[in-house]
Ligand binder design. Structure first.
Ligand code: HAM
Length: 446
């Protein structure tokens, strides 16, 4: 029920925002993921479910959806469609990590991708749409947002970051010492608390953006302000995938422990906000050093990937997207649904209870006819005791039960029991489907 509700909501949201559904393969060549996501990311280095085909090609179960969508966009010539192309998907992803609450080896995501535009209004719209999606499920979230620059400004920032981490290398974990040699930006993803505390003082990308990126980011924030979307600037949010450029963001449920201050009034300039954030964040870390900034409870994450399609052999195609973790959303959704809708049971349905082999055979025929008439049927054909079957019927809160024993089979009748009133009547075989259908059948049939 909960999955269905979420899937229906995603489908209608995607429809209303004019996204077209895309299905991409679950199994792809590993090279796609290592190119797109980055060899030094945890997702590729540690979490890929990978194996080798008979012809020696390494393949992997998809750990996320964006790489496959980007590949499909190139392979299917979607550049010739009116741009931007808006696609959405939903399905299983696989990450070989230590399973724990909110972190699974087979997880489900739905995602929205917008390919073929670099306009900042789309970044803001995507963030706004993501927040509004959760809101539509009565889940309030706060958004962390950052800009991680482009190929013009990032190299000089990485130099500064490298200088910083080299000075701290003795205090950093072994992974970070490795990361600084191969892809220094990835140190900021480190899940070790001691490293994260050190990175509080690291130079931040937003202070080192080139003019174009600064302009882009300022406009994104202006649009967010205009749409009344609350956000927090998170100067060390880099996301765990290498394909990002410029805007990155994550959504967290409100009311959870947090590493940076919650939503903030969108009134000051982003430079001011960034400074305030930085200060408050430091204070918070000082107050509660045990809070790990790399928590496992992000409900969604996304950003721009302006260079990804080029990296995969396509034409320059600035793009952006977001993906949501369905299990994490369901954890929050389930109690809300339960509170709003008291368990109804299977009202408007009939339970078939039988005693003995002849009755079971007869019931199979009755079941088939009832289903043909569009009646919802429950049964326990593998059980024998009548008491047990009626108990099941009662727990399932069905409206009616049909009871068939040896005696009824001989007499050509069925007992029809009204489970709410406790009243029973005897109905001839040939009439029973008609009688039940009249009492229960919805308009139309299968
Ligand atoms: P991601 O942040 O790796 O981004 O994953 C998106 C969401 O999937 C997370 O916020 C989280 O809710 C959920 N998730 C990730 N790993 C797990 C896990 N092991 N168990 C349960 N839930 C998990 C991406 O995947 C990007 N492809 C998002 C994107 C789309 N960027 C641009 N377009």
């Amino acid at each position: 029920m909960y999955w269905q509700l979420l899937e229906n909501r995603v489908t209608s949201f995607a429809h209303n925002f004019s996204f077209e559904r895309i299905e991409t393969p679950i199994l792809e060549e590993s090279a796609l993921f290592s190119h797109a996501i980055g060899r030094e990311t945890d997702i590729v280095k540690k979490e890929l479910f990978e194996f080798v085909l008979k012809d020696g090609t390494p393949v992997a179960l998809r750990p996320e959806g964006t790489a496959g969508v980007a590949r499909a966009y190139i392979n299917h010539g979607m550049l010739s469609l009116p741009q931007p192309v808006k696609l959405w998907y939903m399905g299983p992803m696989f990450r070989y990590d230590r399973p724990q609450a909110g972190r699974y080896r087979q997880l489900h995501q739905f995602g929205f991708e917008i390919l073929g535009s670099d306009h900042p209004v789309l970044d803001a719209e995507l963030v706004s749409m993501s927040v509004r999606f959760l809101k539509s499920l009565d889940i309030s979230s706060h958004c962390l947002v950052n800009s991680i620059g482009c190929r013009v400004c990032r190299p000089s920032y990485l130099q500064k970051l490298l200088l910083f981490v080299r000075q701290k290398k003795r205090s950093l974990c072994a992974d970070c010492n490795e990361r600084m040699k191969k892809n220094v930006l990835r140190v900021l993803d480190c899940k070790e608390e001691k490293c994260q505390i050190i990175y509080t003082d690291a130079p931040s990308m937003v202070d080192n953006l080139c003019e174009d990126c600064k302009k882009h980011f300022t406009r994104v924030l202006e649009y967010l302000d205009e749409m009344n979307v609350a956000y927090t600037l998170a100067p060390r949010l880099v996301r765990g995938l290498d394909y990002y450029t410029r805007t990155v963001f994550e959504l967290f449920p409100t009311g959870m422990p947090k590493e940076v201050p919650l939503v903030q009034e969108n009134s000051s300039s982003y430079q001011e906000k960034e400074q305030e954030e930085h200060q408050e964040e430091q204070e918070e870390n000082e107050e509660a050093p045990s809070k790990n900034p790399h928590r496992q409870d992000a409900l969604a994450g996304g950003g721009r990937y302006d260079l990804l399609l080029e990296m995969l052999g396509g034409k320059p195609t600035p793009s952006l997207g977001v993906a949501f973790g369905m299990e994490r959303i369901l954890t929050l959704l389930k109690p809300k649904v339960d509170a709003a809708v008291p368990p109804k049971g299977h009202t408007n349905s009939v339970f078939l209870a039988q005693l003995g082999e002849k009755a079971r055979k007869k019931m199979l025929v009755i079941k088939d006819e009832l289903i043909q008439k569009g009646v919802k049927v429950l049964d326990a054909f593998s059980k024998d005791g009548l008491r047990l079957q009626l108990e099941i019927a009662s727990r399932a809160k069905v409206s009616y039960a049909l009871i068939l024993g040896e005696k009824e089979v001989i007499e050509g009748t069925v007992i029809l029991r009204d489970m709410n009133e406790g009243i029973q009547e005897i109905v001839p075989f040939e009439k029973i489907v008609e009688v039940i259908s009249a009492k229960l059948a919805p308009k139309g049939s299968l």
